[in-house]
Design a protein. Sequence first.
Length: 340
Amino acid sequence: GASLLVALVLAPLATRYLEGGRIRTDPGWLLWLRGAYARLLDATLRRPADASLVLLLALAFTATVAIPGVPFADASGGGLNDFMVRFHVPRDATYEERDVIAHAFEEMFEEHGADWGVRVYRLELGGRSSRGRVFVYLESDGPMARADVVEAVKAALPTELPGVTSYVGWDSQGGGDKQLELSIYGEDMDTLERLAEEAVRRVKGLPGVLGAALDLDERGLEEIRLLPDEDALRRYGLDARTVATTVAFALRGNRLTPLRLGEAEIDVETRLSLEDRSDLERVLDFPVFAPASAGLVPLRAVTDVEFGQGPGTIRRRGRRTSLDITVDLGDDVSKEALTP
């Protein structure tokens, strides 16, 4: 096949036409550089103490002269990322609706970007996220100061988008002392979210605050919730733990004692069939033993059904569920002035 062709044809041809070729010598500058490196390496190995001293002097020069001489922008004055526009969209917004929302913010910067001195902007809005961001980078010698640009952007933010809220803030890397993070702790996620949303509403109205955002990024999965009916539980002598265990037994199953057949051991699990697990009505008909009546009652008799959407991320600190709130401060306010 191919290897035979290479051996019988290509190899002899290559030998014939390349046998007279010469290997080119290295250029003079490369030979000199190679020699200089060899001499430097030889001197370093022969006099390690002197080499260490030279290295320390070079490091000291870098730390005291070279690095301080490099200009940079601190966090409070912005840097590569001068500021951002944060916006929130309805969680159930479709792709087409999200596209319209994104275009509205892009049109704002296309129309006013030159007047504001915007060098470039970058918009991010995920397909499942309720939170979007526009990263805004300004020209270093633009026609307006950053504080003036921020005020102009605040006045031009789209207001005709149903269910969309937006405000100007800072990036987590460029915010520096212009950002605060508040944490709210609780046990019930729905109650915790309502309290956090109320805290965001109140914080936004404080002097010197550009805006505040609840850290709920990704949407969770659609879920069916079985809420225990406290009155029914007391009536039948049940508790929420027993109901939860029953539901887990029906849907997830339970491992029983292994079955022994001679020397063989067979794992045994019991749970509802796939057909029954796929039908909510059949799950609600699953019986629960009620101590008060010494009989069986269906799940639907002691629970209420609710459809909802779970959180995308659950954060727990010290065995407590928490939600974070990011607060963006104005240029004339620092977090040191607001925190004890």
